[in-house]
Design a protein around this ligand. Structure first.
Ligand code: UDP
Length: 239
């Protein structure tokens, strides 16, 4: 069996990507199926996989402040949205015979396990895919911050941020045709160039705890596998 470069990873998937760019639908099940196939490929070579999924396809706390729903209430709604996405991804992984555990930072025991760090690590050691739902459990945070935090807590070697662009660019490649991709960057460089990779809380957590981040295109088949096998894919941000 080929040896992966990383033994334990934290995969961050955006909620927004789940609707496939179609705001009329919440979840595009073809995308979920694609994710499951990509994740299965790395599970088969023995990579221990933790997943944090966002909720932006369903609800974002900050977007409703004007509507009279206060921020904390909105953020709780956003965190519950991540559990819905977590349940969807759990089902798609189970369809491919992977053993999974969905752990929520907000207790809902009829639906999923409560988050207990030691138990999460044990699941990972046993080869179960752990999906961390409900963000950090606290308002005013993001699922990027959750990804950094859960990576540190579960001793993942790297945060893999799956997006729809293939890395970090000098400018937005969807708007500026002269934009150039970085293969590698230091956290300090990314900060001084004001590159928007993750929010500052998430970024600082990863920098201070020496957890590298790789931004890559999750929609390109084979990328996730190649990445964990040590190929240069996307942009690596490290100290
Ligand atoms: N959220 C929160 N605390 C957390 C994580 C998430 O309050 O620790 C809420 C917040 O309202 C956020 C929403 O959940 O807008 C969905 O998460 P996010 O926007 O990070 O999802 P993504 O952009 O990855 O789809």
């Amino acid at each position: 069996m080929p040896e992966p470069k990383y033994k334990r990873i934290l995969l961050k998937l955006s909620g927004e990507a789940l609707n496939g760019g179609d705001k009329a639908q919440v979840i595009d099940f073809n995308i979920l199926e694609m994710y499951a196939q990509e994740i299965k490929k790395i599970a088969e070579v023995g990579v221990q996989i933790a997943i944090v999924i966002g909720g932006g396809n369903i609800f974002r706390g900050a977007s409703v402040e004007k509507s009279g729903i206060d921020r904390v209430q909105g953020d709780h709604m956003g965190m519950l949205a991540t559990v819905i996405n977590g349940m969807a991804i759990q089902s798609s992984l189970e369809k491919h015979n992977m053993t999974t555990r969905l752990m929520s930072a907000i207790k809902m025991e009829q639906v999923c396990e409560p988050l207990i760090r030691r138990r999460a690590v044990r699941h990972l050691e046993k080869g179960r895919v752990v999906i961390f739902g409900a963000g950090t459990g606290n308002p005013y945070f993001t699922t990027d911050t959750t990804a950094g935090l859960r990576a540190i807590e579960s001793e993942a070697e790297v945060v893999l941020k799956g997006t729809r662009v293939d890395g970090v660019y000098t400018a937005d490649p969807e708007k500026d045709p002269t934009a150039v991709k970085y293969n590698q960057l230091s956290f300090d460089e990314a900060l001084s160039k004001n590159l928007k990779i993750m929010d500052l809380t998430a970024f600082t957590l990863c920098k201070e705890n020496n957890v590298p981040i790789i931004v890559f295109d999750m929609n390109k088949s084979g990328n996730l596998y190649n990445l964990v096998m040590g190929e240069e894919v996307g942009t690596l941000i490290s100290n």
